[in-house]
Structures are given as structure tokens and as C-alpha cells.
Design a protein around this ligand. Structure first.
Ligand SMILES: [Zn+2]
Length: 75
């Protein structure tokens, strides 16, 4: 499926900061090492933030729970 780019920097600063801190690195096998160069995109209806691990430089990806669209019918 096509990736749809989103603008990570549209988020407020607190949100940006927490996403940059709350990471899981598959290479380091550690949480919250932090990431740099975040890129946000949507794929198959899932929002992802992809960046580089601050410790090892490998790609880290954070998957976000869907926040708008589909939450409507849960209410
Ligand atoms: Zn790492």
C-alpha cells in the first residue's frame, strides 16, 4: 500500500518531544533511547513515525494508535 506522508512538525511541541523520547530500538533491544530525524507517515491506515536511534543510528519506528477517523464509532 502507498505511504502517505504527514507532517510530524504539525504536532505540538510536547507531543513531538514525547514521540522522540518514547522509542523502541530493535537493534539495541531497549526502550526510550530516543530518535532523531523523525518522519511521519500513514500506511494501511496506521500512522507511523520513523527516525534514527540516538544510540546506534538504526531505523526505529513508532506505531501510533489511530486517533481520529475510526475512533468515532467507538464513542
Ligand atoms: Zn539502537
Amino acid at each position: 500500500m502507498a505511504k502517505q506522508e504527514r507532517d510530524f512538525y504539525q504536532r505540538d511541541e510536547e507531543e513531538q518531544a514525547s514521540f522522540l523520547e518514547q522509542t523502541w530500538c530493535n537493534n539495541c533491544m531497549e526502550v526510550d533511547l530516543g530518535m532523531t530525524d523523525p518522519v511521519e507517515y500513514e500506511q494501511d491506515g496506521v500512522i507511523m513515525i520513523e527516525g534514527k536511534c540516538k544510540k546506534c543510528g538504526e531505523t526505529v519506528t513508532t506505531e501510533l494508535a489511530d486517533e481520529d477517523d475510526e475512533s468515532e464509532w467507538i464513542d
